[in-house]
Design a protein. Structure first.
Length: 156
């Protein structure tokens, strides 16, 4: 028991030093700027990223088309799944891989900063940035790339 109290005091001392608090504050401010930029890239007003809870609703609206899907975050167990799926879908909308989406779930601050300040462009749901992405595009089957090359334009 005495050992536990000593560990708590050491951890409290380490994480309450002015240097750590300053770094954490600067990181939070940087993430707010990143969210502002991401909202602007998605066509929303940047100030919407600054309002707590509303920014989550708007982020889910951008990613899923409906902000009400954020209510899944209130269900234990489902929140983890929705969290991962949202980050993966957001990564795809910025033209990034599924692996980047998973990394966003674990290292959100770093990945958000990267998306905000890189040349990544936001493509709304259904309009894939990557032609090999798993969601559909607006082309019919006959207009798919290479279809006419394989069967010829007069074959159908």
């Amino acid at each position: 028991m005495m050992h536990d109290m000593m560990i708590e005091r050491i951890l409290l001392h380490i994480f309450s030093t002015p240097d750590v608090e300053t770094v954490m504050t600067l990181l939070h401010v940087a993430v707010l700027f990143a969210l502002w930029r991401i909202f602007e890239k998605a066509g929303e007003a940047g100030w919407k990223a600054l309002i707590p809870l509303y920014n989550i609703f708007k982020a889910y609206e951008l990613v899923w088309g409906s902000g009400w899907k954020a209510l899944w975050l209130l269900l234990p167990g489902a929140d983890v799944v929705v969290h991962f799926l949202t980050h993966i879908k957001m990564a795809h909308q910025f033209g990034k891989s599924t692996g980047f989406g998973i990394a966003m779930s674990f290292f959100g601050s770093i990945c958000l900063l990267y998306l905000a300040f890189s040349d990544a462009e936001f493509h709304p749901a259904g309009k894939a940035a990557d032609p090999h992405a798993s969601y559909t595009n607006d082309r019919s089957y006959n207009e798919q790339p290479y279809y006419n090359d394989l069967v010829g334009p007069d074959s159908y």
